[in-house]
Design a protein around this ligand. Structure first.
Ligand SMILES: NC(=O)c1ccc[n+]([C@@H]2O[C@H](COP(=O)([O-])OP(=O)(O)OC[C@H]3O[C@@H](n4cnc5c(N)ncnc54)[C@H](O)[C@@H]3O)[C@@H](O)[C@H]2O)c1
Length: 277
């Protein structure tokens, strides 16, 4: 019970990674508030964790909705220890060349609005309560915050922006509030949607053959599921373990940058030497 008596607010907590973080935090003894734009998803998570979770329907692009989520969290549980900025959408690798001239501006505004502005607004809304609790903020980045090829130009720019945001926020809020990030790779069990401005809103990440893709792409040769990523958020939120961490971003992606190009399959040597296990 590493999160006993702790209170968290998770944006995008109705699905995928956010939902898994909520489940893990509750299991660790925390009480959790969710801000998500889907009332149905909120209802499902709240009813699965009677008394431990409250939900607020709203859009992370709205300052009022973020403030409302913080207020409902404090009303229900008395405080806020950890803000987890996580709600996001994807551009489904839309290249700059493929995007229509008359849609590109809306696509940029939609994606940056949710994935970057949404984090900044949540942080602004949570700041007074995080200051009171000497709490912390954790933001979901992505492999696309560190490497190309995990999205198109717009998504990659937004996630690189999130890392800059984390560093500046950690700088501005020290020594009172710690600010860190988790950069997952492909997430099994995610429903990550595309951009309405590119007619991708009905796309779902769960339609991709993730197990096959990750087996080929990752040095660890398997896909990882949402619940396998949630422990990293416990680490950064746990007051006993996170003492020195601020401005840190955890590469948590199955080793995307570790493949190399001269010896793409180093593990074969171990099988040869020690036999298959
Ligand atoms: N799916 C992946 O492979 C992957 C990989 C790396 C990083 N990420 C990041 O993980 C985070 C969570 O994504 P996921 O894969 O769990 O997707 P998901 O769609 O399963 O969950 C995201 C949730 O955010 C909510 N949401 C979206 N836009 C919103 C808005 N404007 N206001 C309020 N709520 C909104 C959705 O309703 C949904 O419940 C995102 O930041 C995403 O960029 C995902």
């Amino acid at each position: 019970m590493r999160m006993k008596d702790q209170v968290a607010l998770v944006t995008g907590g109705g699905s995928g990674l956010g939902k898994a973080i909520v489940e893990r935090f509750v299991k660790e003894g925390a009480r959790v508030a969710i801000l998500d734009r889907s009332p149905e998803r909120i209802e499902e998570v709240v009813s699965a964790h009677q008394g431990a979770v409250v939900g607020v329907a709203g859009d992370v692009r709205s300052m009022d909705d973020n403030k409302n989520a913080v207020a409902e969290c404090v009303k229900a549980f008395g405080k806020l220890d950890t803000l987890i900025g996580n709600a996001g959408v994807w551009d489904y690798n839309a290249t700059l060349a493929s995007a229509d001239d008359d849609r590109i501006s809306d696509a940029i505004n939609e994606l940056i609005g949710i994935n970057l502005n949404g984090y900044i607004l949540a942080a602004k809304a949570a700041l007074p309560e995080l200051y009171k609790s000497k709490g912390n903020a954790i933001f979901t980045v992505s492999n696309a915050g560190l490497y190309p090829g995990g999205g198109g130009v717009i998504y990659t720019a937004a996630k690189h922006g999130v890392i800059g945001m984390i560093k500046q926020m950690a700088h501005e809020w020290a020594p009172h509030i710690r600010v860190n990030g988790v950069a997952p790779g492909g997430i099994g069990g995610s429903n990550l949607a595309g951009l309405a401005s590119l007619s991708q809103e009905n796309n779902s990440f769960s339609d991709l053959p993730l197990d096959d893709l990750m087996k080929q792409i990752l040095p660890l040769e398997k896909a990882f599921y949402a619940d396998e990523y949630a422990g990293a958020y416990v680490f950064f939120a746990d007051r006993n373990d996170n003492g020195p961490a601020t401005g840190a971003v955890l590469n948590f992606d199955g080793g995307i940058g570790m493949r190399g190009f001269m010896s793409p399959n180093m593990g074969a040597e171990l099988v040869e030497k020690f036999g298959a296990i």
